[in-house]
Design a protein around this ligand. Structure first.
Ligand code: NAD
Ligand code: UGA
Length: 465
């Protein structure tokens, strides 16, 4: 079967970039990306491609090349479902905030709504692709909804989890380490799997396209994120030990990373991992293990989250302790709000928690981030529910200029590893700050010897003072 028309439900950080890449590499396929969020779709359709709703290096250029040719963004979900041979479900699957599994399980209500809508609208056979990250065995629930509420047409369900990282989405999609496609063990299932293999084979070498059963594919996505986050928590655990033993965490990371069995990637100690998925997916894995009664398995993975929470908290505590045990009324500049560089995404960013901790200590927090809007920053704080909307706006300021952030500040803290921070004139910054001027490097980003020569008191993750 040759795919000619693809629909993707969900125009977010995954749906937008992945479908843009498919459209760019498969000019013979028409790709409709649909979403219920009118504002988001309007931005994807903005005449100025620089205004697309997601900041990713190289993405706006790619959208500019394909939009209106074979890539379309719309809110007409039914029309796109109706036309499609293959439908990707790429909606959000956040942690449940209510009921059974609250705070742990993935909330599958958006997935179920999609399945019900597809079943109601489809009048021809469709291949349904799980692109969202889902608990293992979700395809079983999808099949039940599709088969019991549909119009008698055939549905084939594939699992095709996405492994792109934000900030490098375009290069990750262009040169993926692997594409994973899980399919059902039947003639129809294998044919559907092959149809999706053929789509990716337009640019991904065949040996990098892995096919498995549906359950392995669903579980591999949660496992990949759990392993990646576990490495960060492992090195962060060691960073605390380094700080009290005169070992240097970067040197330890280099030493262990040179062992080819360990490998050098994902060993950068930090103020703690953020992002929409690591925490959510591990909590989901823990919850799944618990529901099967596998308590040791659940406890093992939960420790990755416990260590990450500890790392964020101890960084904030360190600021207060170093500033003579009080930050009340003291201006502290937070440099960076995004959860990593080269993205405007702030979900679960360590900055949110560090800011909240400092605000509780009555600090005067000022934030500078090159890509995140002030609306987003306030909405992240409001979401925590620690204090009122008005108080958050009164106590925390967002500025567009780094010098304004540090002017008369007692301390500056690096929370996102933006390249531009490395190129700041730190001497000018030092001259603008109150003395003693403290610098807390939560990303081990800057040249600390140079900063100390300028006069800063520097604290960094993973190295004693
Ligand atoms: P997102 O919140 O940016 O986008 C999801 C979109 O789906 C939203 O725009 C929302 O309006 C839309 N939506 C929800 N229900 C809908 C419905 N019934 N009909 C139409 N549109 C609907 O989320 P995201 O970051 O793109 O993540 C999507 C999925 O991909 C999640 O399961 C996530 O775990 C997974 N994932 C994310 C990343 C990442 O880097 N963000 C990477 C790999 C996998
Ligand atoms: C992560 C995975 O890397 C992707 O493969 C996956 O598709 C995605 O989650 C997902 O499922 O959403 P992402 O969260 O976009 O991607 O970004 P990462 O580069 O993994 O960084 C996550 C967090 O860990 C960031 O806060 C980053 O600063 C932190 N990190 C990463 C470290 O602190 N140290 C490291 O060595 C690496």
């Amino acid at each position: 079967m040759k795919i000619k028309n693809i629909c993707c439900i969900g125009a977010g950080y995954v749906g937008g970039p992945t479908m843009t890449m498919i459209a760019a590499k498969c000019p013979h396929i028409k790709v409709n990306v649909v979403d219920i969020n009118n504002d988001r779709i309007a931005l994807w359709n903005d005449s100025n491609v620089d205004n697309i709703p997601i900041y990713e290096p190289g993405l706006s250029e790619l959208v500019g090349q394909t939009r209106g040719k074979n890539l379309f963004f719309s809110t007409d979900v039914n029309a796109a479902i109706h036309q499609a041979d293959m439908i990707f479900i790429s909606v959000n699957t956040p942690t449940k905030t209510y009921g059974v599994g609250k705070g742990m399980a993935a909330d599958l209500k958006y997935i179920e709504l999609c399945a019900r809508q597809i079943a109601a609208v489809a009048t021809s056979d469709k291949i349904i692709v799980e692109k969202s990250t889902l608990p293992v065995r979700t395809a079983e629930a999808l099949r039940s909804i599709l088969d019991n509420t549909g119009n008698g047409v055939n549905f084939d369900i594939l699992s095709n989890p996405e492994f792109l990282a934000e900030g490098t989405a375009v290069t990750d999609l262009l040169n993926p380490d692997r594409v994973l496609i899980g399919g059902e063990d039947s003639d129809r299932g294998r044919a559907a799997q092959q149809a999706l293999v053929d789509v990716y084979a337009n640019w991904v070498p065949k040996k990098q396209i892995l096919t498995t059963n549906v359950w392995s594919s669903e579980l591999s996505k949660l496992t990949a994120n759990a392993f990646l986050a576990q490495r960060v928590s492992s090195i962060n655990a060691l960073s605390e030990l380094c700080e009290v033993t005169e070992a240097d965490v970067n040197e330890v990371a280099r030493a262990i990373g040179s062992d080819s069995r360990i490998g050098s990637k994902f060993l950068k100690a930090s103020v703690g991992f953020g992002g929409s998925c690591f925490q959510k997916d591990i909590l989901n894995l823990v919850y799944i293990a618990q529901t099967y009664g596998l308590n040791e398995v659940a406890d093992y993975w939960e420790q990755v989250i416990i260590m990450n929470d500890h790392q964020k908290r101890r960084f904030a505590k360190k600021i207060v302790k170093t500033l003579f045990n009080t930050v009340s009324g003291k201006k502290i500049a937070l440099m960076g709000w995004a959860f990593k560089k080269d993205t405007n995404d702030t979900r679960e960013s360590a900055s949110i928690y560090v800011a909240d901790y400092l605000l509780n200590e009555q600090a005067e927090v000022v934030v500078y981030d090159p890509k995140v809007t002030s609306e987003q920053i306030y909405s992240d704080l409001d979401y925590l529910g620690t204090r009122s909307h008005e108080e958050n706006r009164r106590l925390l300021k967002v500025v567009k200029n780094p010098l304004e952030a540090v002017h008369k500040a007692h301390a500056a803290a690096i929370l996102t590893e933006w390249d531009e921070f490395k190129h700041f004139d730190w001497e000018i910054i030092y001259n603008n700050m109150l003395k003693p001027a403290f610098l807390f490097d939560g990303r081990i980003l800057l040249n600390h010897n140079e900063l100390e020569d300028i006069g800063f008191n520097v604290y960094t993750i993973g190295r004693g003072e």
